[in-house]
Design a protein around this ligand. Structure first.
Ligand code: SF4
Length: 326
């Protein structure tokens, strides 16, 4: 049973973890794509709005204006800074805070690519501990290429967002695993282990000839500690009693089944009055599962009523149709 529980728990843990990992991977992938596209779109919009001013400053060779512009747009809503280059890719004006980053060969490469292809280009880069998005677009004076503008965003927040999702996934998977283990243990204990153990015990007792070991036989006349009312909660009326008596059975009907035999359901330890009745109609079923002695069950209201009716009538519906003569 322990092996079964362990296998069940391990399978469930592996299953839940795998599902959580796949779901989170997909969630992170979709979110990253969304955030990256959003950042690319913002860079393009900013590039379009700035390009004209920068081109004008380049035409006038207004270095001071250029430096003021690139400095003015630093540290705004994930915007790390701007850089303006000449047609050969040499920096003309760069936001001070990103100067060391823009000296990196991979950053320069994207600017050179935009100049070479005369078309905008962008890339996500990790330089040292910084995560960057660089969007480079060519600048023109008429049809002539006069330089390039690079818009640099800090894309670290995308990575932070991914880490947040993974962290939440881990915690939620951990909570699920703990819950699943607890629920599995309870289910195994209540629904499988208990009944199997009782059945095994019962079968062992039958094999060893001690089938009645669980029944605490008390002396006749012992006072009943049970509340009789608790056993007289009436169920639905006798389902077989349709007012007819097809076999013409009358008290005293010589039924000895309930006197000579003890019918106990092996799974629930329910006392069946006979082969045909699982419980006395109109009365709660009786179980010898340790809560009552045999004599308490034998003298429970339903059993007393059954014996009385067999002796005095009226018979229960099942008795009126009982195919056996005991
Ligand atoms: S159903 Fe038959 S065997 Fe069962 S108690 Fe009634 S008469 Fe007896």
């Amino acid at each position: 049973m322990r092996l079964l529980s362990a296998r069940l728990i391990v399978s469930l843990i592996v299953g839940v973890t795998l599902v959580s990992l796949c779901t989170s991977y997909y969630q992170v992938f979709v979110q990253n794509r969304g955030l990256q596209k959003d950042l690319q779109r913002r860079a393009e919009v900013l590039g379009e709005s700035l390009a004209r001013n920068v081109e004008r400053d380049l035409e006038r060779d207004a270095q001071h204006n250029l430096q003021r512009t690139v400095q003015q747009y630093a540290n705004r809503d994930h915007l790390a800074g701007l850089a303006v280059y000449d047609p050969q890719g040499h920096p003309i004006a760069v936001t001070k805070s990103i100067e060391p980053l823009m000296a990196n060969a991979r950053a320069v490469a994207i600017v050179l690519q935009a100049l070479k292809e005369n078309h905008d280009a962008d890339t996500f880069l990790r330089i040292g501990s910084a995560s960057l998005h660089i969007y480079a677009l060519p600048l023109h004076q008429g049809d002539e290429l006069i330089g390039s503008l690079a818009i640099v965003h800090d894309s670290g927040y995308i990575r932070q967002e991914s880490l947040r999702i993974w962290r939440e996934t881990f915690l939620s998977a951990l909570a699920h695993v703990v819950l699943i283990v607890l629920i599995t243990l309870l289910i195994v204990r209540w629904s499988i282990a208990g009944p199997i153990a009782r059945t095994a015990h019962w079968m062992k007792a039958l094999r060893t000839g001690r089938g009645a070991v669980r029944i605490k036989v008390a002396g006749i006349g012992q006072s009943l500690p049970l509340e009789w009312e608790a056993l007289t909660v009436h169920n639905a009326a006798d389902p077989l009693d349709d007012g007819t008596n097809p076999l013409g059975r009358e008290p005293r009907f010589a039924c000895k089944a309930v006197y000579y035999n003890l019918y106990i359901n092996e799974f629930f330890y329910r006392v069946n009055p006979c082969c045909y009745l699982q419980q006395v109609p109109g009365f709660e079923e009786v179980r010898l599962d340790g809560d009552m002695t045999f004599m308490e069950g034998w003298n429970s209201p339903g059993m007393v009523e059954l014996r009385r009716r067999l002796a005095e009538g009226p018979l229960f519906g099942a008795c009126m149709r009982c195919p056996e003569k005991w």
